[in-house]
Structure formats: C-alpha cells, structure tokens
Design a protein around this ligand. Structure first.
Ligand SMILES: *Cc1c(COP(=O)(O)O)cnc(C)c1O
Length: 427
C-alpha cells in the first residue's frame, strides 16, 4: 500500500462524508481512458466520469499536450486589465457553439460560482433597467445548483443536503416543473402573482442531476422558457451537468429550441482536467450593463478567473468535440444503456429506470426501515471492478463518451448484478 495514504488521511476532510463511519476512500495512483488504477494495482472501470466531467476519458493526450504547452508559456495571469489568448479563443468558440446570441462569456472556477454570477447578472440586469424590486429567483423541486449559500437556497429543500442552513439562506420561490396542463396553469399563475418581485427562473434543462437524475421533456422546458418571456422574467439555464453532449445534443436547451437569457457551464468544459466555469449572457443582458455609471458594471472577479491552463484544456476539449464523433458515441451509449438497464425494472427494490443521452439511472425504493445502504452498494461495485457511486435513491451511470460497448456492458452488468443481489436480500 502507499506510504502517503494513512498519514495524509489523518488530515483530510472529505466531501459529503461522515468521517466517523464512512469506509476509507480508495487511493488512486493514475488514470487513462475509462480506467482508474488504484495504488494496489487494481483497475476500476469508471462509470461516472469523476462527477460528470471526464467526457473524453482520463488523461487524453490531446488535452495533456495543450495544458503542457500552456504551462511552458503562461500558466496564469490575473484577468483584470489583462487578457490572454486561451481565454479569448475559448470565449469566441463558446459564443459560436451556443444557441442564439448567447455570446458574452464571464469565466469563473466552479459551477456554484458560475450560478452565483448568473444570479448577480439577473438581479442587476433588472436594477439597471429601473426595476430594483425584481430580486427573487424561482427554482424547481429536485433542482440542484451548487453548495454555496446563494445556490443552496435554489436546491430542493427536502433532499436534505442543505436543510441545516435553512435559517441562513436567502428566501427564494420553489415551483414544480410544469409537466402537464394543470401544472402549467399553476406555473403561469405563480409567475403572474410574483412576477414583479422575480428576477429569473433557474432550471436544469431536461435532466435534474444531483437532485436524483429526474428527467423532463423538451415541451416542458419550452413552456418554462415561454412563460418567462410572457411574464418578463429572465431564464437561467444551468447546463453545468447537461452541457457538452451529456443529454445527446451539445447543449440540452437545443432540444427544445430554447435560448435562455443566461447559461451556466462547467463540469465537462475542460474535459475533466482543470476547474473552470463560464456564465454566458445574451446580448440584451450584457447591454443592460453598458452605462456611463460605474455602479452599473458587474462587480465580480475571482482571483483565478479564466486561468490560462484551464482555458487551454477547455479549448483542447472543444477540439475533440470537433474532431471525434462524440454525439454519435452518446447516441450509442443511450441505446445500450436503455437495453441493458431495462431488466432492472423487474427487480424487487427498483422503483424506476430512466435513460437520456449518456445518463442511465435506476431509482431504488427504500429498504425496510426507510434507508438505502449506500456504503454497502458502493463497496460491492468497487469489489466488482467498477467505479459507480450511488447517491440518495439512485444508482446511475454517466460514463466517459469514449467508452466502448464491452466496457459499458461491464458497467451495466455490475449494476444488474448488485441490484439483483440487493433484491434477493430484500426478499
Ligand atoms: C455540479 C453542479 C453545480 C455545482 O458545480 P460545482 O463546480 O460543484 O460548484 C451546479 N449546478 C449543477 C446542475 C451541477 O450539476
């Protein structure tokens, strides 16, 4: 075993982890393609792309070379009063790829901060136009938009991640995704009632990720966008998880022909190599900040904004989307996930099986006692040589897009096997 593991673990505080009872984390030594190599030489096939980032697999030589070249010339420079080629090129490329006139890019270093910037943009947009009362944000049940205080206030209050802090968070307005006519009337009424206080609606288009891989159709998304327009409210699309091909299109909004006023990107933006996020505004949003008044400017600027290494990685990732058939690979993964996860529907303890793009989710029903033994499931997956990490009530697969059919079958086979074992234990 590695000599750094236990001495280091004594000083690490891990995410979302009860440090007293959680099983020890696995030491990873290296990564390549869809495989993680552990310190003891074992290999795991990766089923979740490191929190949905590693869309080209790990250590892609093209991204590595781009970051190495950037490291040799300009690893980082502050982004106020100075700019650099990787950020300029990346902004231009994102503007070209994104739908409509989403063409003004503000870079940050994490998804949560990208959402915070979107909220600031939305609220200040209305203030700059003389509507200072429009400050509230409408979000949806099962939504997830980050872990900082402003973004926690937009996460499903019942999913339990953030209830502890309820008293310290801004008060926002939760809505149901309007998936049928009755709910559409209710959503319209909500915007009609609160419209004068509401700056924006925020939505994860087509798939709500960390809230449990809940899926809705393009018509629902299109209705939300249309309702925002009719009620004079901005639409923020949080595509931090769905962006860059995960749902089958480069951006999920495209499937509904929706052009949000602001879009948030991160996760797969750098192909899973370096932290970077972008908040991209449409022209009319940006133009509301142009004024002789200095106070009308957007007051935000993270120290490591537009880090040049991260921008170089993102440019290399976009090269790969251009050169390699990523969306075709996603379509193949979608078909295979649908076929190979379908048998899970018949298992005891399974409530639902859903697939969309390169996302396959099996929702579990609770064991007697109302709990799901997540640690037990996670341990079993690792024993079977796959990296699959269920959370809340879902066992899900979001593999790198470069995975081949055999490796994907190993992942779906492991899911079927572990849930079959669970069904037997439940009986
Ligand atoms: C992961 C995620 C975030 C938060 O991103 P971080 O980089 O973890 O801060 C926000 N919104 C969505 C939809 C996400 O999936």
């Amino acid at each position: 075993m590695s000599d750094w593991l236990n001495p280091g673990l004594a000083h690490l505080w891990l995410p979302y982890t009860q440090m007293k009872t959680a099983p020890a984390p696995l030491p990873v030594a290296s990564s390549a393609g869809v495989r993680l190599r552990l310190a003891d030489g074992r290999e795991l096939i990766d089923g979740i792309s490191s929190w949905w980032t590693a869309c080209h697999g790990y250590s892609h030589p093209h991204i590595r070379a781009a970051v190495e070249a950037q490291l040799a010339t300009l690893p980082h420079v502050m982004f106020a009063g100075l700019v650099h080629e990787p950020a300029a090129r990346l902004a231009q490329r994102l503007a070209k790829l994104l739908p409509g006139d989403l063409d003004r890019v503000f870079f940050t270093e994490s998804g949560s901060v990208a959402v915070e910037v979107a909220l600031k943009m939305a609220i200040q947009y209305w203030r700059n136009l003389g509507h200072a009362g429009k400050q509230r944000i409408v979000y949806f049940r099962h939504g997830y938009h980050g872990d900082t205080f402003a973004t926690m206030a937009l996460c499903d209050p019942e999913e339990g991640m953030h209830t502890l802090f309820a008293g310290s968070m801004p008060d926002q307005i939760m809505a149901e995704l309007p998936t049928d006519d009755t709910m559409r009337r209710a959503f319209d009424l909500l915007l009609e009632t609160h419209g004068e206080r509401v700056a924006a609606v925020i939505v994860e288009p087509l798939v709500q990720g960390a809230g449990g891989m809940q899926m809705h159709d393009a018509a629902t998304l299109a209705f939300v966008a249309d309702a925002c327009r009719r009620h004079n409210v901005l639409l923020i699309a949080d595509e931090i998880m769905t962006g860059f091909g995960r749902t089958g299109r480069l951006f999920a909004c495209e499937e509904a022909s929706v052009v949000p006023d602001i879009i948030c990107l991160s996760k797969a933006l750098t192909g899973g190599t370096l932290p970077l996020a972008a908040t991209v505004a449409r022209r009319h949003v940006f133009e509301a900040f142009l004024s002789a008044d200095p106070a009308a400017a957007l007051m935000h600027g993270p120290t490591y904004m537009a880090n040049a290494l991260a921008c170089a990685a993102a440019n290399a990732s976009l090269d790969l989307f251009e050169r390699e058939p990523r969306l075709e690979q996603v379509a193949d993964i979608e078909a295979q996930l649908a076929t190979e996860l379908a048998p899970c529907r018949a298992l005891a303890g399974v409530a639902d099986v859903r697939t969309k793009g390169a996302i396959g989710a099996v929702e579990l029903s609770c064991q007697p006692g109302g709990t799901i033994d997540l640690d037990g499931l996670r341990r079993r997956f690792a024993e079977l040589g796959v990296w699959v990490r269920p959370f809340a009530k879902v066992v899900y697969l979001m593999p790198p897009f470069v995975i081949d059919a055999d490796d994907l079958s190993l992942l779906t086979g492991a899911v079927r096997r572990v849930l079959t074992e669970r069904a037997a234990a439940l009986a």
